[in-house]
Design a protein around this ligand. Sequence first.
Ligand code: ZN
Length: 431
Amino acid sequence: MSDSEDSDGEAGLGNVNRAIMRPPGHSGKAKRGHLCFDASFETGNLGRVDLVNEFEYDLFLRPDTCNPRFRFWFNFTVENVKQDQRVIFNIVNMSKCRTLLSEGMTPLVKSSTRQKWQRIPKRYVFYHRSPYHRGNYILSFAFGFDEDEIFQFALTAPYSYSRLQSYLTNLECRLPKSNEFFHRELLAQSIQKRRLDLITIGQKPKSQEKQRVVAIMARVHPGETPASYICQGLMEILVSAHPLASILRENVVFKIVPMLNPDGVFVGNFRSSYMGFDLNRSWHLATPWCHPTIRAVLDMLLDIDKSDNFQLDLVLDLHAHTSLKGCFIYGNSYEDVYRFERHIVFPKILASLCDDYMSSNTMFNSDINKIGTSRRFLCSVLSERVNCYTFEVSVYGYSLKGSDITIPYTEESYVEEIWQEPFWSTTGQLV
Ligand SMILES: [Zn+2]
């Protein structure tokens, strides 16, 4: 990095902190066009910048905290740009090479006056093996700064811990205080003392029968931001005045944990918790000290499963996939044929109702290396009737059946994913 008194690459957990890139030999006040890189903000990730030449910059992602193996998510700003300045950015140390970047996915950009994320056009993005970077795969993209503004670049549309907190507070304020179907509580705190929120949506029972429970959780992997958009869309529909939403609230209690890894999300990790654990490989050894959030969810699910008042039916863990398109389910395989037949009903319903559902990506297995995932571990400790799944949605897009064209998802289409017809007919009947 070109050193200067106003560059500090070590601040903010190793993120660049307003690092100004000056040409070699330049001293004194930075001129316009000496780009200023910053990732020292919530969910930011960029570890180092090297100036290659006047036009080209090598960018190094900051590894997950306490886990250098994971480097894929990025989120940083660039300012002090000159009008019409053209640059090439090379992201040179990604830890995954087989991803949707080799199938047309491109980074997102927005600017101070254009706040909607847009994909950088494919013709300016190259994902390639670089002879100048020891033959590693690098992501190169050309970009022209058309205005003197602050530009922000990210792998997927960020969804921060603070954004979730604001959304939940807003949701509480919007619903009448007298409502009897929505409840927000603190289930536990993370290692860094952030909130693990539990949202309960459902009416009080009218009869003595056990209440059916569906548990939904998201963002165990911080870089998989689409999972948050889908979770928000789901909460939005469940509290709505739609006739089907009220039928659901009368018959089912939804227990929703929208952000399982608040610290990892806050610090801009790709996959790990603050202590460097992949929490979706840790369910079988979860302790209150090292994995307090998933431990709290596990204890809650065990309590519900044992309770005389509830019947837990379904556990759904929302993720986003970095190498496959569409949405799909990962489930378990069982030797008990009847149990397996019950288990494949939900994915079949999704396949018949969702245009973007990819049956070819759906998988049922019992691999030993997936033992610490929620779907594998929970199905071994909860009652046999409980079905546990991982729901995946692509970080990029989907293809309609019989077509090669990829339609990229957007923030809005992730949120609306579950609103789409034919799930909800105009009369509110499930079709
Ligand atoms: Zn994941």
